[in-house]
Design a protein around this ligand. Sequence first.
Ligand code: GRF
Length: 206
Amino acid sequence: MADNVPVRLAVLVSGNGTNLQAVIDRIEAREINASIACVVSNRKDAFALRRAEQHGIPTVILELGAYASRREYDTALVEILRDHGVQLILLAGFMRILTDVMVDAFPHAIMNIHPALLPAFPGLHAQQQALDYGVRFTGCTVHFVDTGTDTGPIILQAVVPVLEGDTEETLAARIQQEEHRIYPEAVRLFCAGKISVDGRRVRILS
Ligand code: GRF
């Protein structure tokens, strides 16, 4: 990705799409050398689809109910992404675990943002898990995706303090501010050819 041809992205969403918006904004500001080839949602009511339409980005709705298994769903997803010539896939609030069908089709080319400092608090309700555990600091993690739940190689992390009186909502909102900073930054690094993966270690090249 070191030449100047914009990297073709796909963003997979299920909900609000604030991380999608953060990436769109950095692309439109010409800070990331990429274009979003498509936004794929597994829910037709996802507000993220509206955000994509407002920026002229093609959208695809791919609902799980139409497929007999998760692997069949992922087979259809791979075909859509290949048809769009996608080089990097961003999971941005996409509420599905990927199977080996997707992960093997795009090795080290699928990223996710998780609202905790992995490997702490993987899975759902990461902010509530942090509150329940009583940690003083949590945060967010951008990582490559493997077939586990939030287990892939870590690219970037940001630390967020837990404050007295925090609720799941207030903590989630404070973490999201950092998500919107580090997710586009990880995408920028990838698109500039500055990320290499060595086993579990991700190196950021200068
Ligand atoms: C984010 O909090 C992210 O950490 C989690 O899902 C949420 C998506 O939010 N994986 P949005 O749809 O990007 O606003």
